[in-house]
Design a protein around this ligand. Structure first.
Ligand code: NAD
Length: 436
């Protein structure tokens, strides 16, 4: 099939590449000329495991190409995916200007029947807006489909190739049949393509992300309570997670959720609820608790250094909002960096993939190390903010030698408290006993 993907970020590039992998001819359109030039030169502009192999293979096979010209994309594709940003607007709602702007251009430029597929995360009613925007500019026949994306950064290729489910919101039989044909190779193991109306599809994505953010936040509150009463959240987590109604995943407490999706999607659902006269009280609490959780370690660090961080150097391991990505959008690490800088601390940091993105934001305000141990040399304390695998079994002797004082503030509960006690560290984590 002939496919066009508009927007080649984390979702669009993975979508385009994986659809090419199953034999489709894919043209990816992006307004970022620099990005398109890099892709034309065979460079993957984001870090996403396994994407490079598929990217190279499909370019070589002539099934994957890139352009800045929407017209070229529209002349090529029968199905046009919109994988455009829907960032948080000032009032917390989803900014639809990218999606509706491109819909307007599609209306002006399309010459034959198209299925316009919205893969961006958008509020209920957006498919109708896209439909109306295109229809205002053309008399050519088209359909609009809502097809929210559930991939996880860091596992995006696997998630796209073997999705647990595909949600298609469509009221057109013709468009639904095309979507089923396109996705058939991805559901050979029997996972479902769930067909529904557009509004339900749009809400499914917000409901799923908000539920997951709520699950994390609930555990963060349990962890905070554990600290007050002397319980161990790790034990509570295991005890709870073995109940199949609860499940083991998304029960790990820490310094809050971040990323390009959960924070903005929770706020957007909350805001859309308000606009329709519904107050999502639970989401109010989730947003509030998470804002506090992101800087939860700061008072603990302050209290350890008697309220004075001036002249202190804090090493930070991990900048990405989660492991296996270079994405730093809404990363808790950034909130911590801001708070520590404001208190007068110096920061030395290391992340395997996200340092370039953070450098662009902080320039020479903070120091970037070439490896995890270098970041700790002569630092007064180590703070862990992302659970990258390489941080899980460090050489503790080297760490003790490097740090001025053997103290770790662990925002991701990477180590056993008992082990840290034996290793002679002061170890402060989330929802567990502090040892020194
Ligand atoms: P992104 O910011 O990584 O990528 C968006 C791309 O769109 C950029 O390359 C940008 O240059 C391009 N773009 C902007 N305006 C354009 C235009 N007019 N024409 C062509 N290209 C244009 O965004 P993302 O993370 O891929 O997210 C895209 C959508 O998918 C969002 O709605 C997001 O909520 C949703 N989503 C994201 C994820 C995720 O893990 N990142 C997962 C599921 C859903």
């Amino acid at each position: 099939m002939k496919i066009t993907v508009v927007g080649t970020g984390y979702v669009g590039l993975v979508t385009g590449t994986c659809l090419a992998e199953t034999g489709n001819e894919v043209v990816c359109v992006d307004i970022d000329k620099n990005k398109v030039d890099r892709m034309k030169n065979g460079e993957v502009p984001i870090y996403e495991p396994h994407l490079d192999i598929l990217f190279e293979r499909n370019i070589k096979a002539g099934r994957l190409s890139f352009t800045t010209q929407l017209q070229e994309g529209l002349d090529h594709g029968d199905i046009i995916f919109l994988a455009l940003p829907t960032p948080e607007d000032e009032d917390g709602s989803a900014d639809l200007s990218y999606v509706l702007g491109v819909a307007n251009d599609i209306g002006e430029k399309m010459k034959s029947y198209k299925v316009v597929v919205d893969k961006s995360t958008v509020p209920v009613g957006t498919a109708e807006k896209v439909q109306a925007t295109i229809a205002a500019k053309t008399t050519v026949d088209f359909d609009v489909v809502s097809n929210p994306e559930f991939l996880r950064e860091g596992f995006a290729v696997d998630d796209f190739l073997k999705p647990e489910r595909i949600v298609v919101g469509s009221s057109s039989e013709r468009a639904t049949a095309l979507m089923e044909k396109l996705y058939k190779p991805f559901v050979r193991s029997g996972n479902p393509i769930i067909i529904m109306d557009e509004k339900s599809a749009e809400l499914t994505k917000y409901a799923a992300n908000s539920f997951l953010a709520t699950k994390i936040t609930f555990m963060n509150e349990i962890a905070n309570y554990c600290e007050l009463v002397g319980a161990d959240v790790d034990k509570v987590r295991r005890g709870m997670g073995t109940d199949s109604r609860i499940g083991k995943r998304f029960l790990f407490p820490g310094i809050g959720y971040g990323g390009s999706c959960f924070p903005k999607d929770v706020k957007a659902l909350h805001k859309s609820g308000k606009e329709s006269g519904y107050n999502f009280q639970i989401l109010d609490a989730v947003i509030d608790v998470n804002n506090h959780q992101k800087v939860k370690l700061i008072p603990k660090i302050m209290s350890h250094f008697n309220g004075d961080l001036s002249g202190k150097t804090i090493a930070i391991w991990g900048l990405a909002f989660k492991p296996e990505t270079d994405d730093i959008r809404e990363a808790p690490s950034l909130y911590m960096i801001d708070a520590l800088l404001a208190k007068g601390a110096k920061i030395k940091t290391f992340d395997p993939e996200a340092m370039d993105n953070v450098k662009a934001k902080y320039k020479d305000q903070i120091e970037f190390a070439t490896n995890m141990y270098e970041a700790t040399e002569n630092a007064d304390a180590l703070v862990i903010s992302t659970e990258w695998s390489i941080f899980r079994t460090p050489n503790f002797t080297k760490l003790r030698d490097n740090l001025k004082e053997s103290i770790i503030f662990d925002g991701r509960n990477l180590y056993d408290v008992e082990d840290m006690e034996k290793e002679g560290f002061t170890y402060i984590s989330i929802g567990r006993k502090e040892v020194s």
